[in-house]
Ligand binder design. Structure first.
Ligand SMILES: O=C(CO)[C@H](O)[C@H](O)COP(=O)(O)O
Length: 226
């Protein structure tokens, strides 16, 4: 396992200790969340804690099944105790860019549903300003070129995300455009402007949502609260 993977494993396992018996847990997406789900499965097996998760992607749901984490859904449960998720960038105010794994829409749903949002990252995700990572935006396939054209007026050139030469289709049947803003001066303002465009389903900007960030570095694991 390389060093970055070890850091992801360390923060995933640390985050699993925040989950208490009886909790309803939002399960994010991505390679760091893999380690969280695995660690939760181990706690269920070894400690007998009873929890239920709502996954933010088909992939995370498959991992939950593999590691024995029981799942529920929003028909059964409207509020979650905690959501734990990865991120592509985290700024000093805990504003986030997410969506590298194309799961941002469901990730935002489980983030908003939770009393507490814990973000798990290796130190490479901590930035002074958001934007070096191209902002993923989920958009409807209908007239996607028109939606991308409107986003372009906000000063970036959106790129349709492809998979095997075809538009990547999200778990919700939509497309993703990656928007290289380079440096986002006012994340909340940009989020509002993109959300106002017809055809936009959701942005990867998670504004004022994260409560705690667990960071893995060569020095060890650091927990930062807002
Ligand atoms: O937002 C996400 C998926 O949509 C992920 O949380 C984000 O891309 C981080 O992934 P990883 O843990 O693999 O670096």
């Amino acid at each position: 396992m390389n060093t970055q993977e070890q850091l992801k494993k360390a923060v995933g396992e640390k985050a699993a200790t925040f989950v208490k018996d009886g909790m309803k847990v939002g399960l994010g997406s991505g390679s760091t969340v893999y380690w969280l789900v695995r660690a939760l499965g181990e706690r269920i097996e070894q400690e007998g804690i009873q929890i239920e998760g709502i996954p933010s992607s088909i992939q995370t749901g498959a991992w939950a099944k593999e590691f024995g984490v029981p799942l529920t859904n929003f028909a059964e449960t409207k509020e979650l105790d905690v959501t734990i998720d990865g991120s592509d960038e985290v700024d000093p105010d805990f504003q986030l860019i997410k969506g590298g794994g194309a799961a941002l829409f469901r990730e935002k749903i489980i983030a908003q549903a939770a009393e507490k949002l814990i973000i798990i990252v290796d130190e490479s995700k901590m930035v002074d300003h958001l934007g070096a990572y191209a902002l993923p935006v989920e958009i409807l396939p209908f007239a996607w070129e028109r939606t991308a054209h409107e986003i372009e007026k906000l000063d970036c050139v959106p790129v349709l995300r492809l998979k095997d030469g075809e538009p990547l289709v999200t778990d919700n049947g939509n497309y993703i455009v990656d928007c290289p803003f380079e440096r986002i001066e006012d994340p909340a303002d940009l989020d509002r402007k993109i959300q106002a465009i017809a055809g936009v389903v959701e942005t990867g900007l998670f504004i004022d949502m994260a409560d705690t960030v667990i960071i893995g570095s060569s020095e060890g694991v650091t927990i930062k609260d807002k």
